[in-house]
Design a protein around this ligand. Sequence first.
Ligand SMILES: Cc1cc2nc3c(=O)[nH]c(=O)nc-3n(C[C@H](O)[C@H](O)[C@H](O)COP(=O)(O)O)c2cc1C
Length: 181
Amino acid sequence: MPKNIIVLTGSPRKGGNSDLLADAFINGAKSAGHNVIKFTAADKDIDGCKACNKCFSKGNACFFSDDFNELAPLVMDSDLLVISTPLYWFSFPSKLKAAIDKFYSFIIGNITLRVKESLLIVCGAAEDEEEFQGIIKSYELITDYMKWTNKGSIIIRGMREKGDVLKTDWIKKIEEMGKNI
Ligand SMILES: Cc1cc2nc3c(=O)[nH]c(=O)nc-3n(C[C@H](O)[C@H](O)[C@H](O)COP(=O)(O)O)c2cc1C
């Protein structure tokens, strides 16, 4: 059964490690017949949630007009949410976090999402997995709260410079993961 997949990315670096990993996943998933849309949070204008609780009151997810209103229908129509991101200060990069914060609108708007599954791919310079525990724990709490099945929390350590991931076998592994999702 083909799935609708939204791949949400966190890095501003085009061709950076997490961008290449996202593309590898997308290539694999598309080759298996899935429908995939990539959404690069760093290129979008998504402001922080203002906690106005007026979500969906004007039709759009967010009361204020920003690019979250482009993302929200894509998320609502997806079976699987994939996040591919660098680790920033042990957590999500701020533009990606702003998008995730606005998932709050689905709660306030009492929206039943089609999403049933999620996957996190995170890369960082650190060699020690312990340094990734902040983002992993946040992500896992989000998946539990949203009642999504966690298809994996993939940690890719020792990635510093753009293209470091090309020196590893991760691109192949993540492409395979996309094929078998
Ligand atoms: C603002 C900023 C914060 C970062 N914080 C961390 C961190 O807390 N831990 C870590 O291991 N790497 C950290 N890094 C390094 C990136 O996670 C790493 O270079 C990653 O491979 C970048 O992914 P990209 O090529 O997809 O942009 C940080 C980089 C930046 C620019």
